[in-house]
Design a protein around this ligand. Sequence first.
Ligand SMILES: [Zn+2]
Length: 325
Amino acid sequence: MRVDHQAEGIHLPDIDLWLDAREPVGANWISHAHSDHARGVHRCTYGTPPTLALYRMRVDVPEDARLCALAYGDSVLHGEAKLTAMPAAHIVGAAQLLVEWRGERLVYTGDIKLQRPLCGVETRPVPCDQLIIESTFGLPVYRFLSCEQARERMVAFARECLADGATPAFLGYPLGRGQEVVYALRQAGVPVQVHGAIARYLPVYEEQGWQMGGWEPYEAKAGKGRALVVVPGMRAYLEASGRNVRVAYVSGWAALSNARTRAGAEFLIPYSDHAGFDELLALVRATGAREVDVVHGYTEAFARILRAEGIAARGITHATRQAQD
Ligand SMILES: [Zn+2]
């Protein structure tokens, strides 16, 4: 089926459906609730129940807006097309969309990871003819720890700092990474204080079964003996506070050799809620897709690698996107 990449987002004109539209449109699928994907108010919006709940928290959606919830594995008819939501493991509620129309199968991954997440539903590649996939980390330099390895490093770092009388501070984006770090630390019994921008989304994770139990809200003056899970913008403030703070950076960008300088962090944990290079390649191969549109990140470089495998791949640049890894 035809795929148009436009300034407003990705459009499937044969069935008049938009994918992660950035401007108000007619019918739109939201792959997940990061702000570069869940934007605008549309005539009809499809998404998983957690994604729609987060979308309502982040976007001023009118009460009478038409929202159509699709749980993982659920299907709905959109005109002649059948739409099915499948897990994408990126953040809570993140989903791939399978579009079946006149015997053709197209999959839009949204942001996706193939390795098991710390808290989330594991991805399965969905067989299809056409694939639209992200490539945030579509170069061979990006290879990430498994969730077990990442958990071990986070917990070890936190315990070591606390034993030394220092305060471990983990930097995480407000939605996704922050909640995963809280979950990993709390599962290991590490006491944590959580910044409000991250804490506000913890209930959405808990509703999906990822119990965060026993965390405390971040307080500027009372973090002793606690690990802090805070947004990246807090780093300079914490360092200037005079406290004995040691900063860990948990991110896909931590795989880069200059990450320590870039992030200003003492301890790097290359773990991401996106697929690393090997996962992206494995994912494309497992779908069996012969036509692939690569969006977001290293689009042309990754498309070239796919073309070398005999896949008709094109790299698409959407100028305004910014990664929330
Ligand atoms: Zn995302």
